[in-house]
Design a protein around this ligand. Structure first.
Ligand code: ITT
Length: 200
């Protein structure tokens, strides 16, 4: 069975990725980047989700000699011109502080009324092979931002994004419900046949 490295250290993402790729019937052994603790973190120097996803996937593929998939994702708020975007994980300053990121965003949008609270989650899903072959695909989930967090599921900005056509936030959906409509679900379901084509 071919080993496929999932180039992420975000445990919320990793859980979702494993479920999404298992549903897509990828017949590969999926291993998180944590299995390779000696490999240093990649600097996300790209200015798009796709560039950063490719950087992460290539770094892991080069370091391990195994095919790697990576996710770069974030929340893009209309009235902020697409921010936090690629800066979503460190919007409040400290990388990965979900609660501080979310509180800062809600404070910034404090005076903005419902009709102007549109936003989307974006995800770029990249595959890199040790020989340098690369592919990248993208997915989005459109919704509106609540004024206060609600729900305990998911991670990151899930408690404030209410997907279009739903009355709940992403953090109030079951894991399967979120994966079925999410930016990450769409991107990795599109990547799965590419993985199959290139790795067999
Ligand atoms: P890796 O680089 O190790 O994968 P990371 O958390 O640094 O982990 P990103 O640079 O792609 O990953 O930043 C993603 C951030 O965007 C994440 O920390 C959340 O704040 C937000 N985000 C992405 N997808 C999300 C989702 O499905 N639900 C809620 N927030 C999400």
């Amino acid at each position: 069975m071919t080993r496929l490295i999932l180039a992420t250290r975000n445990t919320g993402k990793l859980t979702e990725l494993k479920a999404i790729l298992a549903d897509a019937r990828l017949d590969h052994e999926l291993v998180g980047a944590d299995a390779y603790p000696d490999i240093p973190d990649v600097k996300e120097t790209g200015v798009t989700f796709a560039e950063n996803a490719l950087l992460k996937a290539h770094a892991l593929a080069r370091a391990t000699g195994l095919p790697a998939v990576a996710d770069d994702s974030g929340l893009c708020v209309d009235v902020l011109g697409g921010a936090p975007g690629i800066f979503s994980a460190r919007w409040a300053g400290r990388h990965g502080d979900d609660r501080a990121n979310l509180d800062l965003l809600l404070a910034q949008l404090g005076d903005i009324d419902d009709p102007h609270r549109g936003a989307h989650f974006a995800c770029a899903a990249a595959l890199a092979l040790p020989d340098g072959t690369e592919r990248v695909v993208e997915g989005q989930l459109r919704g509106t931002l609540r004024h206060a967090p609600s729900g305990t599921g998911g991670f990151g900005y899930d408690p404030v994004l209410q997907p279009e056509g739903d009355t709940r936030t992403c953090a109030e959906l079951t894991a399967d419900e979120k994966n079925a409509i999410s930016h990450r679900g769409k991107a990795f379901r599109a990547l799965a046949p590419v993985v199959r084509e290139l790795l067999g």
